[in-house]
Design a protein around this ligand. Structure first.
Ligand code: CP
Length: 302
């Protein structure tokens, strides 16, 4: 993985997942190690973020790296009309690694093609979010003791949800049974379903949430993403499709854990937060250790 960009979860192998997750476990035990003191990470966020940006920056700073970048492209020369290509070429002169989030699908792949340093995709439009996927895998392995043979439900915006696209694709390596819960308008795209079909895995599609909960090991809730809809009326039709309340978990399996990439809007009520099956805040914390592992492996530092 040294010097390689990570743009899609398909850029790395099942063996790479294990390498990253195993190293992340070591960072969880000892997150403050000054192994990246001689490195600079650029953090370029053309789209809002709390968890991905701050966990990358926390990961890098706990390892001693310096951080440059912006949280709002309008404070950069993009505002004056500078192209993404020129921006990336410049930044790759200033940093050893670039973490980039951008609203356009394909932008991170393009950035990696013009950059002289590795690019880690922190989310490109509705396409991919591979570093989130790795922290999701870490969270599943940690809570279930395995990644193999699980029943995983994905709920909400399966059409535009980039975290869903990455995680479904990754889980096809682990004999997962998929339970896909969404409004008709927001079904999982066939380009992602293709990965399930190629492995001959079972998937079931639903429009109602209740019947799925007792069947699964992981409930992966997602937000219906207003920002991805071109027609506000279409968003209004589906915006409150699924709301998980604490009482709905009464008949769930003992090992069930509720995950959510966050932010949530109203799809998980706050009474779920104190249920031991709610794992989403710890899931976000796991992002620090997984991103430390990714930075160390990509920069080739042990
Ligand atoms: N999970 C996630 O991508 O959260 P942010 O948008 O806050 O980075």
């Amino acid at each position: 993985m040294k010097d390689k960009s990570l743009i899609s979860i398909t850029d790395i192998t099942k063996e790479d997942y294990k390498t990253i997750l195993d190293l992340a476990e070591k960072f969880e035990k000892k997150p403050k190690q000054k192994i990246l003191e001689n490195y600079v990470m650029a953090s370029l966020f053309f789209e809002p973020s709390t968890r991905t940006r701050l966990s990358f920056e926390s990961a890098a700073s706990q390892l001693g790296a310096k951080i440059v970048g912006f949280t709002d492209a309008s404070s950069s020369s993009v505002k004056k009309g500078e192209t993404l290509k020129d921006t990336i070429m410049m930044v790759s002169n200033y940093a050893d690694i670039i973490v980039m989030r951008h609203p356009k699908e394909g932008s991170s792949r393009y950035a990696s093609e013009v950059s002289s340093v590795p690019v880690l995709n922190a989310g490109d439009g509705a396409n991919q979010h591979p570093t989130q996927c790795l922290l999701d895998l870490y969270s599943i392995r940690k809570t279930q003791g395995t990644l193999d043979n699980l029943h995983v439900a994905f709920i909400g915006d399966l059409k535009y949800g980039r975290t869903v696209h990455s995680l479904v694709t990754a889980l096809t390596n682990f004999n997962t049974t998929f339970h896909l819960v969404s409004p008709i308008e927001l079904k999982l795209p066939s380009s992602v379903k293709r990965f399930i079909k190629e492995k001959n895995l079972d998937y079931y599609q639903y429009t109602e949430l209740d019947e799925v909960i007792p069947k699964v090991d992981i409930l992966y809730m997602t937000r219906i993403q207003q920002e991805r809809f071109s027609d506000p009326l279409e968003y209004e039709k589906v915006k409150n499709s699924y709301v998980l309340r604490n009482s709905m978990l009464d008949d769930s399996k003992p090992n069930l854990r509720v995950l959510h990439p966050l932010p949530r809007v109203n799809e998980i009520t706050e009474d779920v937060d104190s249920n031991p099956k709610a794992y989403y805040f710890t899931q976000a914390l796991n992002g620090v250790y997984v991103r430390q592992a990714l930075l160390a492996l990509t920069l080739g530092v042990k």
